[in-house]
Write a protein that binds this ligand. Structure first.
Ligand code: TXA
Ligand code: MG
Length: 329
């Protein structure tokens, strides 16, 4: 990011930041990537912040812009399944099965990494996370950039992931070079992460692809027990996540007389006492709207957030995971 420093007569420095370009043009956005800039772009899950997977200078800018801890590795996004060979040293049997069924889609697989992937991408791990997004703008950007792109979610670390270009600008405007605007994302929650390095695939992060769907082709897929080494194998779990400024509570029913400055999201009809209510009709709609709801709570200065608990079938598992992690803070 270019920035100009100016000295005031009092010798304190003021930073003038370059404006972040918002565009719908994949050509412009990919040219910015090819010239070393960092670009936020839509996927079917949430917006990502992209840089070429082998360009450590640009990747450092991604970590800096997000204020992301360097021990949290990044997902490499590809535009064809064949590109996996550039970043992984081996495609295991379970990975091949999942790729055949679910790429492109909201699934990230973890494989042994190839020598071409810098340590910065994998936070020193011997594995690399790869996914092929089911979003034609994302695919066109990767193709136009002429390389797979690393892309963490395009939010400041700890905040809810962005599902619109406006939410990206809210967190990263003036800090990144460009946002490729592709409207609201289709799923609203991040991809499901599965470790395919061992004999039995292991679910590391629940996400927009449900474990029931994964089990249709990989019936033996395991969830890690809380006592296991989950946080070593899935470093993202160690960090603060999905948190608005407000306190978050999962509730079974709306409160008939909530405290002042409280918001509600859920299926049930919430009473007059809430300051802000987002009603949803399906779990899919809940997933699409959850992160934007949490962000809107911050904009309105909400202090307490009530999220109606949902059953954990299908996308319900990822919804409850994000609510619990927001509530844990
Ligand atoms: O839907 C998504 O996955 C979005 C869009 C932009 O693709 N991306 C996203 O990236 O959510 P991020 O960086 O916010 O989350 C990546 C997750 C983190 O929990 C990280 O720890 C995990 O993937 N991860 C990355 N590389 C890994 C690896 N080698 N082993 C285990 N976990 C890994
Ligand atoms: Mg993230």
């Amino acid at each position: 990011m270019l920035s100009l420093r100016a000295q005031t007569p009092l010798h304190c420095s003021i930073q003038y930041r370059m404006k972040t370009l918002v565009t719908e043009s994949v050509e412009i956005a990919s040219e910015i990537v090819r010239n070393g800039g960092i670009v936020a772009f839509p996927t079917e899950t949430v917006y990502g912040l992209g840089a070429p997977f082998s360009d450590t200078e640009a990747i450092k800018k991604v970590f800096d812009a997000k204020r992301r801890p360097q021990d949290n590795p990044l997902i490499v996004h590809i535009s064809t399944p064949e590109q996996i060979e550039q970043v992984a040293s081996e495609i295991t049997l379970s990975a091949a099965t999942l790729i055949a069924e679910f790429f492109p889609g909201p699934l990230t697989i973890v494989l042994p990494k190839s020598g071409a992937v810098p340590e910065l991408v994998t936070a020193g791990l011997e594995t690399v996370a790869v996914r092929m997004p089911a979003n034609e703008i994302a695919i066109a950007l990767i193709e136009g950039s002429r390389t797979p792109l690393v892309a963490p979610s395009a939010n400041v670390s700890g905040k809810p992931s962005p599902t619109t270009a406006a939410a990206v600008i809210e967190d990263l405007g003036g800090v990144i070079d460009c946002v490729l605007d592709g409207g609201q994302t289709r799923h609203g929650l991040e991809s499901t992460v599965v470790d395919c390095t061992g004999e039995t695939p292991v679910l590391l992060r629940s996400g927009s692809l449900s474990i029931e769907d994964l089990r249709t082709v990989c019936p033996d897929i395991k969830k890690l027990e809380p006592s296991s080494d989950l946080s070593r194998r899935s470093p993202g779990l160690r960090h603060r996540h999905y948190s608005p400024e407000a306190a978050v509570l999962a509730v079974n029913t709306p409160d008939p007389s909530p405290p002042p400055n409280t918001a509600f999201i859920g299926f049930m009809t919430a009473g007059e006492g809430y300051d802000f209510v987002v009603p949803v009709e399906t779990k899919e709609e809940y997933a699409v709207r959850l992160f934007e709801f949490l962000r809107e709570c911050d904009r309105r200065g909400i202090q307490l957030v009530h999220c109606e608990a949902v059953d954990e079938a299908g996308i319900g598992s990822a919804i409850m995971d994000r609510i619990r992690r927001a509530a844990a803070d």
